[in-house]
Design a protein around this ligand. Structure first.
Ligand SMILES: Nc1nc2c(c(=O)[nH]1)N[C@@H](CN(C=O)c1ccc(C(=O)N[C@@H](CCC(=O)O)C(=O)O)cc1)CN2
Length: 287
């Protein structure tokens, strides 16, 4: 029997429908500002998807495009200006940033109330304390997908591959909050395949195409693939590949996300959700 394939578009639509309903009850259309430094082709596609989805929902989306060689001071000044604007509820700095810019300093400059990517240390800290927070969109989307299959994660063994601030660490925190037993692995972990074989829930977020083989997976596990590596095709163009060897894993897992059309659409939907959450909180504070 092959695994249940988790359709990211269908699950994202559920989130989008909920967001649309909440938008109807807001006094104003929330504003989302995306800052895209430089012209990385993949980042341009992701930013375009975010703004398109925002506009489809009736949010106001705008993109700032500082050049690749913009100084950190210039970027910080732009963020300061967005922080001060009353018509902007959410600010997102598209990653990765050029190497000469300190990402942590940039994330720290975003007003935590407008930090719809959940990457400010205050939101990360709130998440780790189990307090109400703006949570990074990708792990939030992954958790939704996992809970669509297994609503109660109490006592489940979850293994997260990757320890980035944007996916791995917040993913582990969310799973812990759901009372799973969480093992966080990373590039220096020894015996990783053996650890993964114990996972009832396996989330891979390292960006290494095909890393997770079929024999790393416990039978009937839920497998969430966050990887999106672009691999050039011999005939031209590129294919987007996940961290998981899908054809092998689908024979063993109980449920699995494909790449593309798995986690990616959930990231965009959860960004819309976070933007409306930030807008509602700001509207309540201004009343
Ligand atoms: N500030 C942020 N930067 C980045 C984030 C993020 O959450 N915040 N995540 C990734 C990129 N990303 C969103 O920004 C993202 C990646 C992939 C998809 C997606 O829908 N992918 C499609 C495939 C499309 C393709 O790659 O050609 C899919 O999986 O179906 C959406 C958003 C890094 N940067």
């Amino acid at each position: 029997m092959t695994a249940n394939i988790l359709d990211g578009h269908a699950h994202a639509q559920i989130v989008i429908d909920k967001v649309a309903h909440e938008l109807d009850r807001l006094p104003h259309a929330p504003g989302l500002a995306v800052v895209l430094v430089g012209d990385d082709p993949a980042s341009q596609i992701y930013v375009q998807s975010k703004v398109r989805m925002a506009e489809r929902l009736g949010l106001r989306g705008e993109v700032e495009r500082p050049p690749d060689d913009c100084s950190e001071a210039d970027l910080l000044a732009r963020i300061e200006a967005l922080n001060a604007r009353d018509d902007i509820d959410g600010i997102l700095i598209q990653l990765p940033l050029p190497a000469h810019i300190d990402s942590l300093r940039v994330m720290a400059a975003v007003d935590p109330a407008k930090d719809v990517d959940g990457l400010h240390a205050l939101n990360a800290g709130r998440l780790f304390h189990g307090d109400d927070a703006l949570v990074p969109c990708t792990p939030l989307g992954c958790l939704r997908l996992i809970k669509s299959i297994r609503p109660d994660l109490t006592g489940a063994h979850a293994v997260v591959i990757g320890s980035s601030n944007i996916v791995g660490k917040p993913m582990a925190a969310l799973l812990l909050q759901e009372h799973a037993t969480v093992t966080q692995t990373h590039i220096h972990t020894r015996g990783i395949s053996k650890i993964c074989r114990q996972a009832d829930i396996l989330v891979s977020a390292v960006g290494k195409a095909g890393l997770v083989r079929g024999d790393w997976i416990k039978p009937q596990a839920i497998v969430i693939d966050v990887g999106t590596t672009r691999v050039e095709k011999p005939e031209g163009g590129y294919a987007v590949c996940g961290d998981v060897s899908f054809d092998e894993a689908v024979q063993v897992a109980g449920a699995i996300t494909p790449v593309p059309r798995g986690v990616g659409p959930m990231t965009i939907a959860c960004l819309m959700e976070n933007t409306v959450k930030a807008a509602k909180a700001r509207a309540a504070r201004l009343q």
